[in-house]
Design a protein around this ligand. Sequence first.
Ligand code: NAD
Ligand code: TYD
Length: 334
Amino acid sequence: MKILVTGGAGFIGSNFIHYIMKQHPDWQVVNLDKLTYAGNLENLKDLEGQARYQFIKGDITDRIQIGSILSQGIDVVINFAAESHVDRSILDASPFIDTNIKGTQVLLDGIRQNKIEKYIQVSTDEVYGSLEKGKATETSNLLPNSPYAASKTSADLLCRAYWKTYGLPVMITRCSNNYGPYQFPEKLIPLVISNALEGKDIPVYGDGLNVREWIHVKDHCRALEAVVLKGLPGEIYNVGSNIEKNNLELVKFILKTLGKPESLIKYVTDRPGHDRRYALDAAKIKNELGWEPLMSFEEGMTATIKWYIDNKAWWQRIKSGEYAGYYERMYAGR
Ligand code: NAD
Ligand code: TYD
């Protein structure tokens, strides 16, 4: 099997590629990534030179490039490529519309024109909006509140339309908040760990009582693998852990584990339109595909905190802007 992973140099995509290369020694992986500020080839350094792995610098909005890659015998496409940070989408929605919506359309058109067995759209619980109580199922209303969430919802609706109209073999996964190795340190968990290790303030938005459902990235990768192997065209699968934490609980857990004082916490102005709570009902993927999360919160967080302690150079380079230009340096003269 030959899979095209788009956005594979980012957080979840790079974890997925590592996972797949290990689990499926007979699969070939093509990683297409634009290498925006969030894409980092250092995440995949150990795979360089392996015959089963190929990196292509490219953009999912580039019709010609996508058409050419898809015509070269790809079996499955899994689309991670996105602008992914809510705060950035509040400052400027334009790149979110381009990559998350237009890019998805270009991929879907490419799937239409080529014989691709499966297309998997990696979506998010944020499409359901904020839930005061209860859990979102795959048929719950779509009520996105941030430009990021609206762009992901739009992409999901395009996927649905291409399935209904053209019968494309499209599957959508909607996962809750991920954490784990290689997460860009603008997101809450790596930001808190790295700031705490540097003795810097931890910015907590509003009252710190917003709730997220946290899942270890490896459990998400396992769910995506199950969808690649057993998912059905036209279906949507929620991927959740049932582990709900408010932001303060989470921050305090990290500070305690690191032996750092709670006085580092600084309450800052809330994010506009800040969703209070996300929560997923993930019964469908469990019942239909036999997937369930394996990692407890304590196990996943302890391993993650250790990873950021052991890989200080990785996030210090990002925070200092030092890794910019890594691609050009690595591929110079090729
Ligand atoms: P990320 O920001 O770490 O990585 C995104 C990757 O996409 C980067 O490598 C970037 O260079 C690449 N990219 C951006 N624009 C591109 C373009 N036009 N063409 C090709 N590549 C491009 O994001 P992530 O956290 O790894 O998220 C991956 C996917 O999973 C996204 O679609 C996101 O919406 C979804 N998701 C994320 C979470 C989460 O908690 N992080 C939860 C649910 C779903
Ligand atoms: P984030 O990691 O940006 O994920 P999302 O907004 O997509 O769920 O944020 C997780 C939660 O943490 C969210 O409620 C916003 C909050 N937050 C802070 O309190 N401080 C911060 O510095 C960041 C980045 C997030």
